[in-house]
Design a protein around this ligand. Structure first.
Ligand code: LLP
Length: 402
């Protein structure tokens, strides 16, 4: 990846995505599940650029969406509507209605109250809603608490007994068709055992539902496969698939898997450049033109991202420094106390593993235009989102004009 060429051509701060890496990751996972019917439904929230979604659609991917906006993105990017799932703990009536109009594969329901809403809306529309129910298997996924979702203390899904009740209700209703079951215990998972345990619990539920003639067709295992940011020990896709498959004996289900980070995380780079260096007391700061509004993971989760400083200083001295952005918050940093070579203004700083939850979690805080996004595929680069302008930022504010 020629970061200098890309920074010169598109300026910084800049997101760059290696589409060949995306393809490789998708194929690895698809292959791991080849013993069964499977749908890989890319979790759009990880990186929702239309060109990224379109790339996965062209490989046969579905889409896991958490807002009607994401559903619309998936459809616009050419994802097959029968591979689109709409999840989320709080869907609005208009979102449910539109999902039914768009006739997607299934709405993933996360509470009894929501099931009743989906029922009523489908009835009003004279439709039958295909649904799945998100089960919370009460398993500790052993990941960061902010991205852990499969414990009863988390807001997601319903417990087994409630799920059973909901399936019975759905089975009886002519406006609901319970086709799927879903669980997702957390993100950046690096241990296999919790996934296997959760899968076994949910598979048992599918068996008991079968006994009461609720025939589940889609077994949705969520996303969560971890990637290497630093020195994590990773789960191999093959072992992941085998662990899930081993819990499904006797069940004729299509496996749905919703990876986000695994597909795009390590294929993304955030490129920023040095503006200045300064020393406060004995503390050295390297100030760059990217900031927490562009990539919030270090500030929000204290997340580690590998950083490479492409210094142009000859034989630079190396010393500890914080790499920080221009935003007026002490939390605006990419790394603290790391070894950084002396730099010249304009030197590039490359932040690795920025393809997932990078741009999608960016904001306009401090009235900063969001970065441009570039795709690199087979050695060719192309812009897939232009840099925002000041005019873009104020476009929705109209009152001051009158
Ligand atoms: N399916 C469901 C229902 C989810 O809630 C998520 C992620 C995924 C799939 C995709 O998970 P993945 O394969 O990417 O781990 N912003 C955080 C991550 C939040 C994940 C939210 N849900 C971060 O930057 O680490």
């Amino acid at each position: 990846m020629d970061f200098h060429k890309l920074a010169k051509k598109y300026d910084t701060p800049l997101y760059v995505y290696d589409f060949n890496h995306f393809t490789k990751q998708f194929n690895k996972l698809k292959k791991a599940f080849k013993a069964r019917k499977s749908i890989i439904s890319y979790a759009v929230k990880a990186n929702s650029n239309l060109s990224v979604i379109k790339h996965f659609a062209s490989l046969g991917s579905g889409a896991d969406c958490v807002s009607i906006g994401e559903v619309k993105r998936a459809l616009l990017a050419g994802v097959d509507k029968y591979k689109i799932i709409f999840s989320g703990v709080g869907k609005r009536d208009d979102e449910i209605k539109e999902a039914l109009e768009r006739d997607i594969l299934m709405i993933n329901v996360e509470s009894e109250a929501e099931l009743a809403r989906v029922h009523d809306i489908a009835k009003e529309m004279g439709k039958t809603a295909r649904i799945s129910i998100r089960v919370n298997p009460n398993i500790d996924p052993k990941t960061h608490p902010y991205i852990s979702t499969g414990l009863h203390e988390n807001k997601f899904g319903v417990d087994i007994e409630t799920a059973k009740k909901m399936y019975i209700f759905a089975k009886k209703s002519e406006f609901l068709n319970p086709v799927g079951i879903h669980f997702h215990i957390g993100s950046q998972l690096t241990e296999l055992e919790p996934i296997k345990e959760a899968s076994a619990i949910v598979a048992d539920l599918v068996r008991s539902l079968k006994a009461i003639s609720v025939d589940i067709k889609f077994f949705d295992v969520g996303g969560g496969l971890g990637i290497k940011y630093k020195d994590e020990k990773l789960i191999e896709p093959y072992d992941y698939a085998q662990a899930i498959l081993s819990t499904l004996s006797g069940l004729d289900v299509t496996i749905v898997c919703e990876p986000g980070r695994f597909l795009v995380g390590n294929g993304g780079y955030f490129i920023t450049k040095v503006l200045y260096e300064k020393v406060n007391g004995d503390k050295r700061f390297v100030i760059v033109d990217g900031a927490m509004n562009d990539l919030i993971r270090p500030s929000l989760y204290n997340a580690y991202h590998k950083i490479e400083v492409l210094s142009t200083v000859e034989n630079p001295e190396i010393s500890k420094a914080n790499i920080v952005g221009p935003i007026c918050e002490s939390g605006d940093f990419f790394a603290k106390n790391i070894d950084v070579p002396q730099t010249n203004p304009g030197d590039l700083v490359v932040i690795y593993s920025a393809g997932a939850y990078g741009f999608t979690m960016s904001s306009n805080y401090n009235t900063r235009p969001r970065a441009a996004e570039v795709a690199v595929e087979n050695g060719e680069d192309r812009i897939i989102r232009r840099r925002e302008t000041f005019e873009d930022l104020i476009a929705c504010e109209i009152d001051y004009l009158v």
